[in-house]
Design a binder for this molecule. Sequence first.
Ligand code: GLU
Length: 426
Amino acid sequence: MTTSPHAAYRPEYFTPIYEMAVAQFEKAAASINLDPNVWQRFVVPKRALMVSVPIRMGDDSIRVFTGYRVHHDNTLGPSKGGIRYHPDVNLGEVCALAMWMTWKCALVGLPFGGAKGGIRCDPRAMSRVELQRLTRRYTAEILPILGPDIDVPAPDMGTNEQTMAWMMDTYSQFKGYAVPGVVTGKPIAIGGSQGRNEATGRGVVYTILEAMKHLGVQPEGKRAAIQGFGNVGSITAKALVEAGCRVIAISDVSGGVVNDRGLDVAGAIEHVARHGSLDGFSGGERLSNAELLEVACDILVPAALSGQITKANAERVRCRILAEGANGPTLLEADPILQGRGIFVIPDILANAGGVTVSYFEWVQGLQHLFWKEREVYERLREIMTTAFAQVLATAQEKKVDMRMAALMIGIQKIAAAKLARGIFP
Ligand code: GLU
């Protein structure tokens, strides 16, 4: 249900996930009495490019993939956001993820707008050579809307620092000189930042530790269940163990394992590095991804796909703190159920903002040709995450709204003020 002046007109990217992003936005916008003119401007992404990505496959046949890059907003600076390789990628999803990036960057005070990109493909079924061709051709196709001052991609689901290295190289080949600032999350050898790889997971844990402080809970021995064991889930698990928690359940595309006495997280990370997934990892009983969400625990971290916590299973989620490592893991109608059950939700745009925050550090270090030590990166990251957490909590308490609404209200307010100050062209 939406109330925007724009509600009557719903272009094709208004898929369920985009509707959800818009509905979240409109609820927050209504609570801050957002100027209706600015309101409308946030509902329609600034620009979206759909491209055909033809590549030669390993068997010599040609296959054409569909790629997207969406800039939701660029009021404060270049647009920023990851590139996703997944079989379900579509325009509506990319638009929703781009909008969430706008609020996320604003919330933690980065001079970026929001963007997202993706290719509809199954990277797990593709060879390294095919992935390299796919990445290079996609980069060439979206070249007109890329650049360190225009739009700066980063890794997301299904992509990694190697993908970023190929993007950086392709862009630089077109320019004729090295342009490290065109992407973040790249390898350290070509200007990546210390700590970027661990940033999202560590940031998730910084916010969990703040939530525990607020709730008067000690981390020692607290049980954590984590859905998704990619970059975000695995580093979150590792950092939770470092903080004294006990990781009792983990899962990935191949399913998961549960053991109330705790799992060997370092062993699981090694297993995935060797075998590509958690399949065959022992140390507990097998469980499905859906079952993992209902495991009795203190901390639940959905760090995989969106739309995991629904009206149907929100009643059965048994945790004290729910930290959203993934983007959009909780459907709008599940929020009041979780809140009614006293579950403390750390919303995605706050919980997983550590990734884009260190991306910002990487971009800044690249512009200055000056590189920071790992310790400095983590100190600055922790400072930004804890400050944002405190601001969101204060707003939630003052306005009597949940943490998601508070986070959205702060992010939207900041960009809205910038948009109003700039006015409208022409
Ligand atoms: N893909 C990550 C996110 O969803 C990181 C984006 C970035 O670093 O630009 O926040």
